[in-house]
Design a protein around this ligand. Structure first.
Ligand code: GLU
Length: 428
């Protein structure tokens, strides 16, 4: 049987088209919103430590900025494509709209694997990215942030390059910076914690105590780790976590049926979320094939890695016990799988709502940078929980009242807000 190949941009367009149709959106607005407004594809030459020059392919794509400056991370991944960045930029527009922050959607990517570059080479690559985009980025234009395999240090190199070129200090041109260098307390935890704030609210609606639930997770990067930490802190039990193993170039699932110790696993992971297989085995974890994470008898599945993971091909492997699909990653579920999920009665916490905590805290970071006054951590988490809870409640209410699939309800709210901004600006 040939394997279906999924294109994330086509998936993002299908999701949009379905809801745009049901909203009766006019054709001009539809045409505008089903594709990015601006794309920059470019190359970055980098002097490597051995004296050779390597050329890296890179992107910055702005989907829509009707509601505010474009906002979204820069992914470092060897398989990054223009279509992936297009999809991710589109999802950023809906993400900012569903939590109602005054930002648009953008995304960037550099095609490379940071595991294979020295810190100095990574710094030159980050600076090269900004040098090429300097006139396009800025607090009022387009504001990057970390994403898959990029981190606060990368953001700070980018900021420094931008400020050198611009001859001034513009801390709100980029977010996810280290604390003390214009970063917000809580930004590191925000995406993962936000996932659990939303999950907690859903379980409350379902009358299920979180302490009685079990979960299995894919991915143990920044998002996965902090979602797992908060979920365990609230009493939930994570029985399995799968992640990529760079040495073996394959993924493994680490399982402990009486509950993973998240703190302990975090202490034996590398900078990109890979858990040390030998150390985990010594600590009593079963080391299973990567795809086992989805087959566990748990109440909640948390995909927290990449797109296209929940497909009709793997759907039959999902245990009948699963009640909630908590999409911490961007685009983990393919559109052809949505009807199967709905039919089985699994409730989806859709990606751009579920993982919006990161960009919400990025917005807080910008606000704090603009005031040059930084909040303490309780204030950040309190505001974050408030925003996530409010957004969840609106989506859930709409879904229940209109018998909508949660993804469609979230899209309905987000598309309406963006379409309204487009209309008010006189763009369509
Ligand atoms: N990369 C994160 C996301 O996909 C955060 C974006 C941001 O903070 O701008 O939501």
């Amino acid at each position: 049987m040939s394997k279906t190949v999924y294109n994330p941009f086509e998936s993002a367009q299908q999701q949009f088209d379905k809801v745009a149709e049901s909203l009766g959106l006019d054709s001009g607005t539809r045409e505008l919103l089903r594709q990015p407004m601006q794309e920059i594809h470019f190359t970055i030459p980098v002097k490597m430590d051995d004296g050779s020059t390597k050329v890296f392919k890179a992107y910055r794509i702005r989907h829509n900025d009707a509601r505010g400056p474009a906002k979204g991370g820069i992914r470092f991944h060897p398989h990054e494509t223009a279509d992936t960045v297009r999809a991710l930029s589109m999802w950023m527009t809906w993400k900012c709209a569903v939590v109602d922050i005054p930002l648009g959607g953008g995304k960037g990517g550099i095609v490379f694997d940071p595991h294979n570059l020295s810190a100095n080479e990574q710094e030159r690559l980050c600076r090269g990215y900004v040098r090429r985009l300097a006139t396009q980025l800025g607090p009022n234009q387009d504001v990057p942030a970390p994403d898959v395999m990029s981190n606060g240090q990368h953001m700070l190199w980018m900021l420094d390059e931008y400020e050198t070129i611009s001859n001034g200090r513009y801390p709100s041109m980029i977010t996810g910076k280290p604390v003390g260098m214009g970063g917000s307390l809580g930004r590191k935890e925000a995406t993962g914690y936000g996932v659990v704030y939303v999950l907690k609210n859903l379980l409350k609606e379902m009358n299920i105590p979180i302490e009685s639930t079990t979960a299995s997770m894919q991915g143990f990067g920044n998002v996965g780790e902090y979602a797992a930490r908060m979920y365990s802190e609230l009493g939930g039990k994570i029985v399995a976590i799968s992640c990529w193993n760079q040495v073996d170039a394959q993924s493994y699932t680490f399982r402990k049926l009486d509950g993973c110790d998240v703190e302990q696993l975090a202490s034996i992971k590398d900078a990109f979320g890979g858990i040390d297989k030998e150390k985990a085995a010594a600590l009593g974890y079963e080391v299973l094939p990567g795809e086992e994470w989805i087959k566990q008898d748990v109440d909640i599945l948390i995909p927290a890695a990449l797109e296209n993971q929940i497909t009709p091909a793997v759907f039959p492997n999902i245990s009948k016990q699963v009640k909630v699909l908590c999409e911490a990653a961007n685009g983990p579920t393919t559109p052809d799988c949505d009807p199967l999920i709905r039919e089985r009665g699994i409730i989806v916490l859709p990606d751009f709502l579920c993982n919006a905590g990161g960009v919400t805290c990025s917005y807080f970071e910008q606000v704090q940078c603009s005031m040059n006054y930084f909040w303490d951590i309780d204030e950040v988490f309190e505001k974050l929980e408030y925003c996530m809870t409010k957004a969840f409640k609106a989506v859930y209410k709409l879904a229940v009242e209109n018998d909508l699939y949660m993804r469609d309800a979230a899209y309905t709210i987000a598309i309406k807000r963006v379409a309204e901004a487009v209309k008010q600006r006189g763009w369509a």
